[in-house]
Design a protein around this ligand. Structure first.
Ligand code: SAH
Length: 336
């Protein structure tokens, strides 16, 4: 609940207004998972809350810590038994959590493990938030950055994701600044246009992965609904409305989308756009048959884009020993 909603709920129980702020703090700042923990509330109030409300927290089903780099991967169990993945990465500037927005995914990208069995259901705003609270609680840390790059397509769960964004950036709550949040989409154009109207200060990441429609449609079914022209036109408008630079993600798959000609084609396509290009050597998922580009190829691809004047980064691989890439751990857990 937002503080406003909680205030209304508290008033309906004929309680003084300040109780709402107290409970809100327990939930969103201290990450309480039960009303019993709220020790500065009278016991009678705690049991009244118990009777009327649920705290739907994420419980740790499995936790893997990378021996290489402290990356932590969680499988969280939800109230109905569904399993989702989240990853915590430690950077110089703080802790970043990668959250899921759906159980599974229905976008069908050919290289991705999250989508292999389709979507089960959307996550509620509190289940997306719950991943952050559960990780903070388990590790005893404060998360400073969020990337919506876990399982699911955030813009296919638009209302709940926007509600999550409101809650997570609330200064009375966990208070993670919009500037520290990235939202990644495969390119749901009508929702990108809707999101632009909100003028949020978050970073929009767009999964492009191919420089032409033939190739992109073969890798990403969403491209058959909204092609690259439609997507880039929405991206240009997004930047014009929000003044925010878009980050394009491009997963490099060996012999598929990683040639010098394709780098040039990409440069041509993105010419003049205020953007950043993030190259991701693809994580190999057994079922997809996609192979990772060679390091030399990745470098050559990046060089071509840089020479054309683009800001380019190559994503560093973290948590290689713990199946940290999206969807892989949940699948092996369910198979077991
Ligand atoms: N549905 C959203 C966000 C989830 S995935 C989206 O499509 O953007 C976050 C990023 O990881 C996306 O760019 C996605 O295309 C990419 N991705 C998926 N599977 C991958 C893999 N096996 N290797 C590398 N990147 C992958």
């Amino acid at each position: 609940m937002t503080l406003e909603e909680l205030t209304t709920a508290v008033a309906a129980l004929s309680l003084p207004k300040y109780r709402a702020s107290q409970i809100y703090r327990w939930l969103h700042v201290r990450g309480a998972v039960s009303f019993d923990e709220m020790t500065d509330l009278p016991i009678s109030l705690r049991s009244a809350l118990q009777e009327h409300f649920d705290i739907l927290s994420c419980s740790v089903e499995k936790k893997l810590v990378s021996a290489y780099d402290d990356t932590v991967k969680y499988l969280f169990r939800l109230h109905d038994g569904e399993i989702i993945e989240s990853v915590v990465m430690h950077y110089k500037y703080g802790y970043t959590v990668c959250v899921s927005s759906q159980v599974g995914c229905r976008m069908g990208c050919s290289f991705c493990a999250s989508t292999l069995q389709g979507v089960v259901r959307d996550l509620s705003a509190s289940e997306i938030l719950g991943q952050i609270y559960a990780a903070q609680r388990d590790l005893g840390i404060r998360i400073s950055h969020v990337v919506m790059m876990g399982m699911g397509e955030p813009l296919d769960n638009y209302e709940n994701v926007l509600r999550f964004l409101d809650l997570v950036s609330d200064e009375n709550g966990v208070n993670i600044s919009m500037r520290h949040i990235s939202l990644s989409t495969c390119g749901i154009v009508d929702k990108i246009r809707l999101l632009a109207q909100r003028r949020l200060q978050l970073t929009l990441s767009v999964s492009l992965h191919a420089p032409n429609d033939t190739l992109r449609s073969s890798m990403m079914p969403v491209n058959r609904k909204w092609n690259i022209d439609a997507l880039l036109s929405a991206c240009r408008d997004y930047t014009a409305i929000t003044s925010r630079r878009i980050s394009f993600e491009y997963a490099l798959v060996k012999d598929r989308n990683d040639s010098a000609e394709q780098a040039l084609e990409l440069a041509k396509r993105l010419k003049g756009m205020l953007c950043h290009i993030n190259l991701i050597p693809v994580n190999e998922v057994k079922e997809t048959g996609c192979r990772r580009s060679d390091e030399a190829n990745v470098r050559a691809f990046a060089d071509i884009l840089e020479k054309k004047g683009f800001a380019v980064t190559v994503r560093r691989k973290l948590g290689a020993d713990i199946d940290a890439a999206c969807g892989q751990l949940r699948r092996s857990h369910i198979d077991q």
